[in-house]
Ligand binder design. Structure first.
Ligand SMILES: Cc1ncc(COP(=O)(O)O)c(C=O)c1O
Length: 359
């Protein structure tokens, strides 16, 4: 069967050249006579893969030396717990913006460990926009300030960051990491689940400023302890070896495309194509406020759930799959991460036009 255009929100489409390279190396990596999956994580060959992947993260994202790069199990959600355990002292307080369901979940998790002040929220507007904030409301004594840079379910993203001064900004960039240029120096911690723009599922990439290491609660599980993980090259126990290897192949691909700035250019072109059509369509309508539209997750509806479902079904029959919106909001969502080529979005828009003409 031919490969389809996969618009899934995550796990999501991966760059074909990365998959092909993995296929070539599947049974025998280099001169080892074995698959990467079969290698000891302590072996010289694997450590080379690990170090190359870390170096690629640093190069492609321009990560300064005073930041640690960690590859940790448990996806982004595990970091919802690890963040307060590493940064929020007993009896301490942090600030957060509630811009979507994943932000909400991270806030609820942090509330188990201390006081979380929600300084702005768009929950009452069903998260159709990034809430406005007033920097005067921010607590200058907060242990950290938490945001989600792109809201996967609702299709919104921050186009500017809150100015938090000396308070470290901690950001979940699961669904837009590597898709647009981000200045790491603006963040205390930037983290992301891997299964969108980094590689396969099964880990989180955590980039943390080194002066924030060592604040971990004594009661924290050792695998959650960023300082200990940084000392151990993320190998307190066996790391997700194959996922790290695949992330390296995907990062190599990003580098070959010209890096994150080049990815951003293509991503802007892809998103514009889709949003321009949504703005002129008589059938399909975008659900996110124009100001905050995501480059990665484009959410839209026809206004009739049966028509939405019929569209998703007809699109799938034409090789455009996984367009169903998240179960919380329904409708349609096209996730157009780095690995989705412009041709995939062109085909989607052409199909939407055709569908519209027949409804
Ligand atoms: C913005 C965001 N944060 C967190 C998560 C949860 O990620 P994981 O499943 O890796 O825990 C997701 C998953 O889609 C997400 O989109």
């Amino acid at each position: 069967m031919e490969r389809v255009y996969n618009f899934a929100a995550g796990p999501a489409a991966l760059p074909l050249p990365a998959l092909e390279k993995a296929q070539r190396e599947m049974l025998c990596y280099g001169e080892t006579g074995m698959s990467v999956m079969e290698m000891s994580h302590r072996s010289g060959m694997y450590l080379e893969i690990y170090r190359r992947t870390e170096a690629l993260v640093r190069e492609v994202m321009d990560v300064p030396e005073d930041y640690a790069v960690l590859f940790l199990h448990g996806g982004a959600t595990e970091q919802f717990s690890a963040i307060p355990l590493n940064l929020l002292p007993e009896g301490g307080s942090c600030d957060a913006i509630d811009s979507g369901n994943f932000a909400h979940g991270a806030i609820a998790e942090a509330q188990k460990y201390g006081n979380v002040r929600v300084v702005a929220s768009s929950r009452e507007d069903n998260y159709t926009h990034i809430p406005d904030w007033n920097e005067a409301d921010f607590d200058p004594q907060a242990a950290y300030f938490y945001i989600t840079t792109n809201n996967t379910i609702f299709g919104t993203r921050y186009t500017k960051l809150p100015e938090t001064g000396v308070v470290p900004l901690v950001a979940d960039a699961s669904s837009n990491i590597l898709s647009e240029v981000m200045d790491i120096r603006k963040f205390g911690v930037l983290f992301a689940g891997a299964q969108k723009n980094i590689g396969p599922a099964g880990m989180a990439l955590v980039i943390v400023r080194k002066d924030l290491l060592g604040r971990t609660r004594k009661s924290a599980p050792k695998l959650f302890n960023w300082a200990k993980q940084a000392e151990a090259d993320s190998m307190i126990n066996t790391p997700p070896t194959y996922t790290i290897y695949m992330a390296g192949l995907c990062l190599e691909w990003v580098k070959e495309q010209g890096g994150v700035a080049a990815m951003q250019k293509v991503n802007e072109e892809k998103a514009k194509l889709l949003y321009d059509f949504l703005d002129e369509s008589r059938l399909f309508h975008g659900t996110a406020d124009k100001r905050d539209r995501s480059l990665m997750n484009v959410t839209f509806v026809t206004g009739n759930p049966d028509t939405d479902a019929a569209f998703v079904k007809a699109a799938a029959a034409n090789g455009l799959v996984n367009l169903k919106g998240h179960r919380l909001v329904g409708g349609i969502r096209a996730s157009i991460y780095n690995a989705m080529p412009l041709a995939g979005v062109q085909k989607l828009v052409a199909f939407m036009k055709e569908f519209e003409a027949h409804v």
